[in-house]
Design a protein around this ligand. Structure first.
Ligand code: HEC
Length: 250
């Protein structure tokens, strides 16, 4: 589950980083390893996760995406969440969920109100973290066709998605985990059972695959054969439907 690890490791990495900063000042005292100790706090390192959020809007179904930030681990004060454009999304702070999701920080829920590209931000005191939000324009019939494909079991490569993914089975493909991926990547997961290759420079910046100085790393391959068949309209609808699912864990 490398893609899962890549996703959830990030906020922990920030914490480890924070803990590492304080080690030089360790005096054997009881300062503790935790973000509460003043010298372990680095609000400028905090991020809003995912850094790029993919969501949808069709004027009919509800599209929500939960986002989180570790900023509250690094500075005190009341968080305030804001939308870059109220005609594209609303955002509201929500209770921190239990379990691993809670370890990522404090949370807010985005609800889309239109399509387009904007931002979502969280401010505590003088610090602000921001993510880009890309809201695709879907037609409500796409979502309905995706819904039907998801739940209709014709066996073979037209097995229903629900037979594995509903009732807590399969992997989480709700916006809680999928908002970081664009539609093309998710359709590739559904039809080829793998994520697109990752192309990065030595510095870890995204680059165009197969150009000078750009390293190609194979995308995560699912642990099972996951090559499902779709008609053209089903292929147009399945990802919009997944984006309309209620985010798991909230
Ligand atoms: C035979 C059971 C089965 C069926 C049927 C199935 N899936 Fe999956 N799916 C899985 C499993 C298991 C995983 C996780 C595999 C892994 O992470 O290696 C997965 C992963 C995924 C993921 C990626 C989740 C992640 O965390 O990376 C998506 C998206 C997805 N499935 C969509 C679909 C769609 C859409 C359909 C129907 C067209 C479908 N699946 C049908 C078993 C199934």
């Amino acid at each position: 589950m490398r893609s899962q690890l890549r996703r959830s490791a990030l906020p922990f990495a920030a914490l480890v980083l924070a803990a590492g900063c304080g080690s030089s000042s360790g005096d054997g005292g009881d300062a503790g390893i935790g973000p509460d100790a003043e010298d372990l706090r680095h609000p400028e390192s905090a991020v809003l996760y995912p850094p790029v959020v993919h969501a949808g809007f069709d004027g009919d179904h509800t599209f929500r995406v939960p986002v989180s930030t570790d900023l509250a681990f690094h500075t005190d004060g009341e968080p305030s969440w804001s939308s870059g454009d109220g005609s594209i999304l609303d955002v509201e702070g929500i209770d921190t969920p239990d379990g691993p999701l809670g370890a990522r920080g404090i949370w807010a829920m985005i609800t889309t109100t239109g399509s387009g590209t904007t931002t979502v931000s969280c401010t505590i005191g003088e610090y602000t973290v921001t993510a880009t939000v890309i809201v695709a324009d879907y037609d409500s019939s796409q979502v309905d066709i995706g819904d039907t494909r998801y739940h209709t079991d014709e066996g073979g490569d037209r097995t229903s998605c629900s037979s594995c993914h509903e009732d807590g089975g399969g992997a989480d493909h709700t916006p809680t985990e999928m908002a970081i991926h664009d539609d093309d990547a998710l359709l590739m997961v559904a039809t080829e059972g793998r994520y697109p290759d990752i192309c990065e420079t030595d510095d870890g910046d995204a680059c165009t695959c197969d150009t000078e100085g750009c390293e190609r790393e194979p995308g995560y391959e699912l642990a099972l054969t996951h090559e499902w068949d779709f008609t053209e309209s089903e292929a147009d609808g399945i990802i919009p439907y997944l984006r309309s699912l209620p985010p798991s864990g909230f």
